[in-house]
Design a binder for this molecule. Structure first.
Ligand SMILES: [Zn+2]
Length: 395
């Protein structure tokens, strides 16, 4: 099948007609619909699908059951995300396999197409949840303690999707991942050619800031008598922005929860989640320290409290140079660039699997938004590049 028709099929699944975006949290109805579409595509191609306890999938082309070259990406999304982040890698993998078959290519080792669950962490708050559990970086015990915003535990979500929570744990799928190559839409404006190769992934942390104060009447409480955690939070959000600019890094408060969340009440508590990223770990650590220092000083002035809890911290990932250079050679000197976005490829690379990434140009740099976009010609160049890389790695 052509990339265009596969893309038209896949990108119709779960599109919100009002925003044009997608909300495919892990194991949610729309994410399951996309997953079933993928399984149908694999069945139509006679690929052998293997799965693990948490729902990661690899569909194999090739007779042997030994290790092979795995490509693919994820089908879940952030809340109201774009069409390309994740699905482009899965759809391009199917199209690349179709292209190689049409050429009569016979792989010397099996080629696998992977779809890894809850990469965004938009439902359970843990990015790369499927790959982390598969790689044994996150234990089954810890994973099964996670709850979504509605209070549904991971085990319950898995059961709802027809999966068995007792099977959650390090994945047998990884034994056959000889090499992993993930194709992904670029998520900034760093790539000016149609296709590029990743050098590294910036270190990334998610931190929960809990600002405690004193609930009180918005009309009768004198301004000087208040212990208002919203003020401490507001100054912290400004500080995070300033410190990230000074450090050449990124810091974002994109999620907030207020108690009691009433218009006529001084809040008792504000919980805010900081997403922070930098080119290296030392910069990330000093950025976080600078934000916490300013927040703490402000809390003293406001008579509020502050507690900071790391929810996930991912170290820098440097993809192996040999494999990276091999891809660059196959692609006639494609540009090499780092990314500030996290990926399953980073988890698999850390787990010791030789891993590389291909990026497809994003003309606006917008991502995690319904406006995320890539030109068709660039997507087609991505499929060609992936097919060339698979041909080289699986010969
Ligand atoms: Zn992604």
């Amino acid at each position: 099948m052509s990339f265009e028709s596969l893309w038209a099929d896949e990108s119709a699944i779960g599109r919100n007609p009002d925003t044009g975006g997608y909300t495919r949290g892990g194991w949610s109805p729309t994410e399951r619909e996309a997953t079933h579409w993928f399984l149908d595509q694999c069945a139509a191609r006679g690929l052998t699908v293997e799965s693990d306890g948490i729902g990661n999938l690899i569909a194999w082309w090739g007779a042997s059951d030994g290790p092979g070259v795995v490509t693919g990406s994820h089908l879940d999304s952030v809340i109201d995300g774009g069409a390309f982040d994740g699905p482009l890698g899965v759809v391009s993998a199917l199209a690349a396999v179709d292209q190689l078959r049409a050429e009569g290519f016979e792989p010397g080792v099996p080629i696998g197409i992977g779809a890894f669950v809850e990469e965004e962490g938009s439902r359970f708050g843990m990015p790369c949840l499927g790959s982390r559990v598969a790689a044994g970086v996150l234990s089954a015990e810890k994973a099964l303690q996670l709850k979504d915003r509605a209070g549904v535990g991971l085990g319950e979500a898995l059961e709802d999707a027809g999966l068995d929570p007792a099977r959650v744990g390090p994945s047998p799928l990884l034994r056959r991942m000889g090499t992993f190559v993930e194709l992904h839409v670029e998520q900034g404006r760093g790539l000016t050619a149609p296709v590029g190769v990743a050098s590294s992934i910036w270190p990334h942390g998610r931190f929960r800031f809990t600002f405690g104060g004193e609930a009180n009447h918005a009309g009768t409480t004198l301004m000087e008598d208040r212990h208002d955690p919203m003020l401490t939070y507001a100054m912290t959000a400004l500080a995070a922005n300033k410190q990230a600019r000074l450090a050449g890094a990124r810091a974002t408060f994109g999620r907030l929860s207020v108690e009691p969340n009433g218009t006529n009440a001084v809040p008792s508590q504000v919980t805010a989640w900081l997403d922070a990223r930098a080119a290296d770990t030392a910069t990330l650590e000093s950025l976080l320290a600078a934000i916490i220092k300013q927040a703490t000083e402000r809390a003293e002035r406001d008579g509020t409290t502050l507690e900071v809890t790391p929810e996930s911290v991912s170290p820098v990932v440097d993809f192996p140079a040999g494999l990276r250079d091999r891809l660059v050679n196959v692609l006639d000197g494609a540009p090499v660039l780092p990314t500030g976005a996290g990926h399953d490829a980073g988890v698999f690379s850390d787990a010791g699997i030789p891993t590389a990434m291909l990026f497809v140009r994003n003309p606006t740099g917008i991502s995690h938004s319904p406006a995320e976009y890539a030109e068709l010609d660039d997507c087609l160049a991505g499929v060609d590049a992936l097919a060339a890389v698979l041909k080289d790695l699986a010969k």
